[in-house]
Design a protein around this ligand. Structure first.
Ligand code: NAP
Length: 551
């Protein structure tokens, strides 16, 4: 039986629309739903063959969300959130993809989505004030014209494929976790190399190790992982949560991360060592990302952070039997500086006789040979290679598209020193172009689905306002954009998170400008700012068109 997502009646190609949305992940789907409700003719262009975005592509073994299921879901429809039954504390990728497909069905979204349509360019015409988008689909590509263009292209959707010397000579298959084959991969009896030890690797390594004859993990930097303590969702808990959904959702909106969890406004440095130990143990026992909510200064004061980091290192040393391997697995950097990972049996996997950890922190992977991976002067023979090397985050998917604004200005050129946006929603020189969870918005530092909903609602309300007021064009002023970029940088500088080589600052992609890309001022402050901007008649934006001309 074919996958659900493959049974779609595809929308027909090309044409003129009020709005073209690029991407049919959670952002693109909800954007379509809102725009339809407002009567805007809308077409969604999606590179994949189904909805779901991240959850469509990331099918690697063990792929699972690190936000609890009851919160990693849409809230725009109470019927939807009441009727959908999650089965586990942290939903696995197949379940989230089923949820995405359910949403597409329930709101009849597929009729306005064109699948297998990768957008290659989006060009603004100064004279007509319209955007033209071209896709790779069909024999010679297809063209779309729209008044407004919304990029719902995702923050972690453009795979980072390091070019190791000799890659083309490898005789076995190479898989990237973010582009996993739909039919799955059976590693039974195979020698496998995994390169990378971020979230994707930490989730997939325990499962690959169970199948493989031998697994070699090439680690450049160890990561902190907190146990998930994943379990089936207790129906009673789910019923109670659903009965109190408004309360949980409202509480989540007041949290910097947009996730309702137990956050304490207490300093780690003011607590006694016993109090700290007790708090960390409690949170380790509960599991998940809330580990860092124990004290308010963990992400701001190095000495406070050290206490949490040392606690986790002690747990790693307890779990891993070989002391040398345990030391290699112990991170020495700031905990939470790179995205914290949530694991199921990750560290314990290194106690298996068929798993070898290879440290490539001092000397990089030298080359890929016909038979395997050469590192530290030795060739490790493998049958398959898994690249768990992450993404060209936040800007990668946008800059893969040739986006040109006023006077043919290329977005890639404007952003060659790092992304510049107003509120992570728009960029000066690119009228009527919106980004959902773009750089300069809280996005990846928050619960993505509620952040997506907030952006989509803001954009939908903005387009409705322009129509009502007789404006045809909206574009941020350069002054407003510069001030926002400055603010994004200023708040980033207050946090320890801006101090390490993470994908948040583009450090994982050679040659990428080093700029802290997401807005770290927290979800509530950000939402307040967006609401004020709208209430003040879109302060910081130039509105133009028929009405502006008449005034
Ligand atoms: P990632 O966190 O960027 O990890 C990539 C790994 O590959 C790192 O260990 C990195 O080492 C290594 N690497 C990259 N280039 C390398 C090279 N040339 N040689 C050797 N090692 C190299 O990517 P990810 O694991 O895919 O996760 C990305 C983000 O996606 C996460 O932070 C999270 O936000 C999201 N995600 C979430 C979940 C979840 O919900 N549970 C699961 C997966 C992903 P360095 O650290 O030294 O750069």
């Amino acid at each position: 039986m074919p996958d659900l997502e493959e049974q779609h009646p595809n929308a027909a190609g090309g044409g003129d629309f009020d709005v073209v949305v690029v991407g049919a992940g959670f952002a693109g789907m909800y954007m379509l739903h809102r725009l339809r409700g407002l009567g805007f003719s809308t077409r969604v262009l999606e590179a994949g063959n189904g909805v779901g975005g991240t959850w469509y592509w990331n099918r690697y073994p063990g792929a699972r969300c690190d936000i609890e299921s009851m919160q990693y879901s849409y809230q725009f429809s109470d019927e939807l959130q009441q009727e959908w039954e999650w089965t586990e504390r942290y939903a696995a990728q197949p379940e989230i993809l089923r949820y995405a497909n359910h949403v597409a069905e329930r709101f009849d979204l597929r009729r306005d989505i064109e699948f297998d349509s990768r957008v290659r360019s989006a060009v603004y015409d100064d004279r007509s004030g319209r955007w033209t988008l071209e896709t790779d689909s069909g024999r010679s590509g297809r063209r779309y014209s729209a008044s407004y263009c919304v990029m719902a292209t995702g923050c972690l959707s453009s795979p980072n494929n390091p070019r190791f010397p000799g890659m083309e000579h490898f005789e076995g298959p190479t898989y990237h976790t973010g582009q996993w084959p739909h039919e799955g991969v059976d590693f039974t009896g195979k020698r496998v190399a995994v390169i990378g030890t971020g979230s994707s690797a930490i989730q997939s390594i325990p499962i690959i190790a169970e199948q493989a004859a031998h697994l070699f993990v090439f680690q450049r930097t160890p990561n902190y992982a907190i146990p998930a303590h994943n379990a089936p969702l207790d129906p009673e808990y789910q019923r109670d949560f659903k009965a109190r959904y408004p309360e949980f959702r409202a509480r989540a909106k007041q949290m910097p991360t947009g996730v309702a969890f137990d956050y304490r406004d207490v300093s780690a440095l003011e607590a006694t060592p016993e109090e700290r130990q007790e708090e960390y143990e409690k949170r380790w026992g509960r599991g998940g990302l809330a580990f860092l909510g124990g004290f308010k200064d963990l992400l701001f004061v190095k000495e406070a952070n050290d206490t949490a980091a040392e606690f986790v290192r002690a747990r790693i040393r307890e779990k891993v039997q070989d002391p040398e391997v345990a030391e290699l697995l112990c991170p020495t950097n700031i905990i939470g500086c790179k995205r914290l990972c949530v694991d199921i049996g990750y560290y314990e996997t290194y106690n298996r006789p068929n798993v070898t950890l290879i440290d490539v922190s001092r000397e990089p992977v030298e080359e890929i040979t016909a038979n395997g991976v050469r590192a530290r002067g030795e060739e490790v023979a493998v049958d398959a290679i898994v690249l768990a090397t992450g993404f060209d985050a936040m800007t990668g998917a946008l800059l893969k598209i040739d986006i040109r604004g006023r006077g043919g200005l290329a977005l890639a050129e404007k952003w060659n020193g790092g992304p510049r946006t107003y509120l992570g929603l728009c960029s000066a020189g690119f009228p009527n172009l919106f980004m959902i969870t773009g750089p300069g918005s809280p996005s990846v530092l928050t619960n993505m689905i509620p952040s997506i909903e907030q952006h989509v609602d803001w954009i939908a309300n903005c387009l409705a306002h322009l129509r009502e007021e007789g404006f045809a064009e909206i574009e941020p002023t350069i002054e407003a954009e510069d001030a926002w970029v400055q603010h994004v940088n200023d708040v980033a500088d207050l946090s320890l998170r801006s101090t390490c080589s993470s994908w948040y600052i583009g450090a994982n992609v050679p040659g990428k400008p080093r700029v802290f890309m997401p807005y770290i001022g927290g979800f509530p402050a950000y939402v307040k700012k967006c609401e004020e901007v709208a209430a003040e008649g879109y302060a910081g934006f130039e509105l133009a068109g028929a009405r502006a001309a008449a005034e």
